[in-house]
Design a protein around this ligand. Sequence first.
Ligand code: 5GP
Length: 115
Amino acid sequence: MSAEPSIFTRIINREIPSDVVFENDHLIAIRDIAPQAPVHLLVIPKTQAYANVSELAAGDPALLADMVAVARDLAFEHANGEYRLVFNTGATAGQTVFHVHAHVLAGGLEEGSLA
Ligand code: 5GP
């Protein structure tokens, strides 16, 4: 695990402001600063021990399942319950923050858009 706090750890610690839409002991959800859909939320584990979804699935599958449950609940709260769940994995796949997070995209997506 990197000793440097990730940008999401700094958000979790309130060192950087964000629009928090959900929080519990293990997860936080915020609005993405550069939304790619009418509803674009990020569901983020509070630990930065896992860089991507593959590491999380291997290391703490229950936490991954919790992320999916929170994503579903947020999609009902902020849209009609239908959503796209995206985990960019690796820089060439578009990942820029190496602290695992799920993009929850909803609210009328363009057909074929990958966000
Ligand atoms: P990735 O590209 O790693 O899959 O996703 C990182 C996401 O974090 C991007 O969609 C980006 O807009 C979002 N992001 C980066 N910095 C911040 C920030 O300071 N605040 C918020 N709310 N979102 C951020």
